[in-house]
Design a protein around this ligand. Structure first.
Ligand code: ATP
Ligand code: MN
Length: 447
């Protein structure tokens, strides 16, 4: 197949610029794809899309060459095209503008596109490689990009360094039931020995080691968890934004997180209003999120849930049902503190009430639930030894981690934020799969 000569970039205008009125009345060219098309008699109405928006072009057999007109009638949805014309303001047109074409060129004629209106979620997931062109996906992914960047900028502005930790590891930190084991073949052929590793569930243990040098650190990386329960908020590979800081107590970390969440929301509100509107998001709910966030102790949360008809007692874990009940009628994020100590061996027990921990979760409102888990880490070697034994594990199997408490231990805190969950809440998504390009679950690794 031969393609027409590809013209220089500077000769093109984005559809977004047309919709902003930046090129009013001038002859311009756009390049993009056919979003929708119909023709009647001497007119073709071809809606074009690029990454910045959609606009309808009118191709009239009276104003373009015969080859342009034939191309505009023949080209199917998702054909790639170059269109020249004059943008005309027209309140009735979608977006308020129309492009009166003087030239219509098809770069590549698309086959019949396999996605049409009203298709099942399963069909859209099977065709994710094509569905990524949809305006829904593009809107979510633009918002997601702002969130990732705002997360980084916030911590960098506070003097934190970005660091990476391995994905292959042999130390579990979030419990064995969700570990993905991988066979990790020995490269040394003489020994013939096979090694096993698993995929990281969190960078935390590595973060604690790295922190002693850099003091204030963060990462953005995938974490892997074999999540058996199918919920609207679990992926098997998710994007984990984690922070660790020396000389920092739990309440100080919570304050920083509050600043992070409001900063990220402000960035999305100032960069992505049109995407939020496209998604039908109630923007006022996001605009009204303000610190300080409400804080409740775990035991008070149990009481509130029981008053809502649950039957929970000290030590019970909250699942999606509980968190949904707790947050559905809330419009502000909620911190839960003082979880029972069984929540994690590395969290510091509260000196004033050792059956609970100096830790926190942050729950997003509107029924979304947990987006952050964090807390102060145990920094005394004796206490860590005791806690690991209490959890039925052997301190010696945490060899290098125990080492960290031997050489100048300091108070430190950190947290893990699920970026896909945060994006889900901000977009108002029905399912976490809607906000990541290629979602991974227990049943899907393709495309
Ligand atoms: P949950 O109880 O909802 O499974 P968790 O307590 O296992 O969450 P943490 O271990 O505290 O979660 O992980 C920190 C954050 O990482 C969570 O608050 C959440 O935002 C995110 N996260 C954890 N597991 C997943 C997952 N399977 N998919 C997407 N995000 C996740
Ligand atoms: Mn989990």
């Amino acid at each position: 197949m031969t393609y027409p000569e590809f013209p220089d970039s500077e000769n093109f205008t984005t559809i977004g610029d047309i919709l902003n009125g930046a090129v009013d009345g001038k002859s311009i060219s756009v390049r993009g794809w056919i979003y929708r098309t119909r023709s009647s008699g001497k007119l073709s109405f071809v809606v074009l899309r690029d990454s910045t928006g959609i606009i309808q072009s009118i191709v009239s057999s009276d104003s373009v060459s015969e080859s342009s007109f034939t191309a505009s009638k023949k080209a199917l949805v998702e054909s790639s095209v170059l269109v020249t014309g004059i943008p005309i303001k027209d309140e009735r047109a979608p977006g308020g503008w129309e492009l009166k074409a003087s030239n219509f060129e098809v770069l590549h004629y698309a086959d019949t596109f396999p996605i049409t209106k009203d298709q099942s979620d399963e069909h859209l997931l099977n065709n994710r490689h094509l569905w990524l062109r949809s305006r829904d996906m593009v809107s979510c992914l633009k918002i997601r990009s702002t969130i990732f960047q705002a997360f980084r900028n916030y911590w960098i502005s506070l003097g934190y360094s970005e660091v990476q930790s391995p994905s292959f590891t042999t130390s579990a930190c979030e419990g064995g039931s969700t570990l993905f084991n991988v066979s990790y073949d020995d490269q040394n052929e003489k020994s013939g020995q096979k090694f096993y590793a698993h995929l990281s569930q969190s960078w935390q243990l590595y973060a604690e080691a790295t922190m002693f040098g850099l003091e204030k650190i963060f990462t953005v990386a995938p974490s892997f968890r074999a999540e058996k329960s199918r919920t609207r908020r679990h992926l098997t590979e998710f994007w984990h934004a984690e922070v660790e800081a020396a000389w920092t107590h739990n309440h100080q970390m919570m304050e920083l997180e509050e600043g992070m969440i409001t900063t990220i929301l402000n960035e999305v509100l100032s960069n992505n209003l049109s995407e939020l509107e496209h998604l039908g998001r109630d923007v006022s709910l996001l605009q009204n999120v303000k610190g300080p966030f409400e804080k409740m102790k775990y035991s008070d949360v149990i009481d509130e849930l029981n008053s809502l008809g649950f039957d929970l007692s000290w030590g019970d874990d909250f699942g999606y049902k509980e968190e949904k009940a707790l947050t559905s009628s809330r419009t502000q994020p909620l911190f839960i503190t003082h979880f029972p100590k069984e929540k994690g061996f590395y969290h510091r027990p509260d000196p004033a009430d050792p059956k609970s921990l100096v830790c926190h979760d942050l729950l997003a409102p509107e029924g979304y639930g947990e987006i952050i888990g964090g807390g102060e880490r145990i920094w005394s070697p004796e206490e860590l030894d005791t806690r690991i034994r209490e959890e039925g594990m052997e301190p010696s199997s945490y060899g290098w981690y125990m080492d960290l408490r031997k050489y100048g231990s300091v108070p430190h805190s950190g947290f893990g934020l699920g970026l896909d969950r945060l994006t889900s809440w901000i977009c108002g998504a029905e399912h976490i799969k809607n906000v990541i390009p290629f979602p991974r679950t227990m049943r899907r690794t393709n495309p």
